[in-house]
Design a protein around this ligand. Structure first.
Ligand SMILES: Nc1ncnc2c1ncn2[C@@H]1O[C@H](COP(=O)(O)OP(=O)(O)OP(=O)(O)O)[C@@H](O)[C@H]1O
Length: 242
């Protein structure tokens, strides 16, 4: 099971007919069990890449090869829940045959047990995200796509949800790809990071992280983050000298 991506170009046309290049060269591959992370600045084209990979946007130049018939779990930036259905119904509707014990474990890990009968309108953003995550994991995806799962949450909440996502991804041998502009989240969650340029997006560097997620210490995380910042911004010593 592999995901192979080679998007050579993607453009949008605005209402005036002007062409905007959004992707100019994004190529990478991921194997089952790997968590890939697209790290890039706001507006560089990350969500556009995810939509192409999920098969939601066929209008691009290049090639994407997904495992045939793979079940895809997609967590969009906005939770996109059915407002007239309870939390539990939102999850069960997409996975009517899901194993009961597995669903309970999902609700437990994502701290949703007390909210199963609530409706989306009653939920904070953090809780709604959790429901969207539960829904994506409930289908036992072979390919999981997470678009900025920790954006707009306060620091403590984001850290807790990040640990929960790591726990859920840990026990599964799926291909996972997540998008973030937060280098810390990328280094704590990913196995293989792809640093993207500003729009039009191209891959500036690919960074595999060999230490398993659970064994990454603070010193290693800090060193990888420093390496990434240097690649994105240039080496401060060299920059200041020039
Ligand atoms: N349907 C569309 N029509 C025209 N332009 C679009 C469309 N979708 C996205 N764009 C443009 O493409 C560019 C990339 O958008 P995209 O949402 O993929 O970026 P992003 O990196 O995910 O952004 P953010 O980090 O803010 O979520 C933006 O300039 C956006 O305005």
């Amino acid at each position: 099971m592999r995901l192979e991506v080679d998007i050579t170009s993607k453009t949008f046309r605005n209402a005036a007919g002007e062409q905007h290049d959004v992707i100019s060269g994004v190529a990478f591959a991921l194997a089952a069990g790997e968590v890939g992370v697209l790290v890039g600045p706001s507006g560089c084209g990350k969500s556009t890449i995810l939509r192409i990979l999920a098969g939601l946007d066929p209008d691009f130049q290049g090639r994407v090869s997904r495992p045939a018939g793979a079940r895809i779990g997609f967590v969009f930036q906005e939770p996109r829940l059915l407002p007239w259905r309870s939390v539990e119904e939102n999850v069960r509707l997409v996975a009517p045959l899901a194993d009961e014990a597995k669903l309970l474990a999902l609700f437990e890990i994502l701290e949703l047990k007390a909210h199963r009968n609530h409706f989306p309108g009653e939920l904070s953003l953090g809780l709604a995200r959790r429901v969207a995550l539960a829904r994506a994991f409930a289908i036992e995806p072979e390919f999981l796509i997470l678009d900025e799962p920790l954006a707009s949450l306060d620091v403590a909440l984001a850290a807790r949800l990040r640990d929960e996502i790591a726990m859920l991804m840990g026990g599964r041998s799926m291909i996972a790809l997540l998008v973030t502009h937060d280098v810390d989240d990328a280094v704590r969650l990913g196995d293989r990071l792809f640093l993207l340029s500003p729009r039009p997006a191209r891959v500036l560097a690919e960074l595999p992280i060999r230490t398993p997620r659970s064994a990454r210490g603070d010193a290693e995380i800090a060193a990888i983050k420093l390496d990434i910042m240097r690649r994105i911004n240039g080496d401060p010593a060299k920059r200041d000298a020039s």
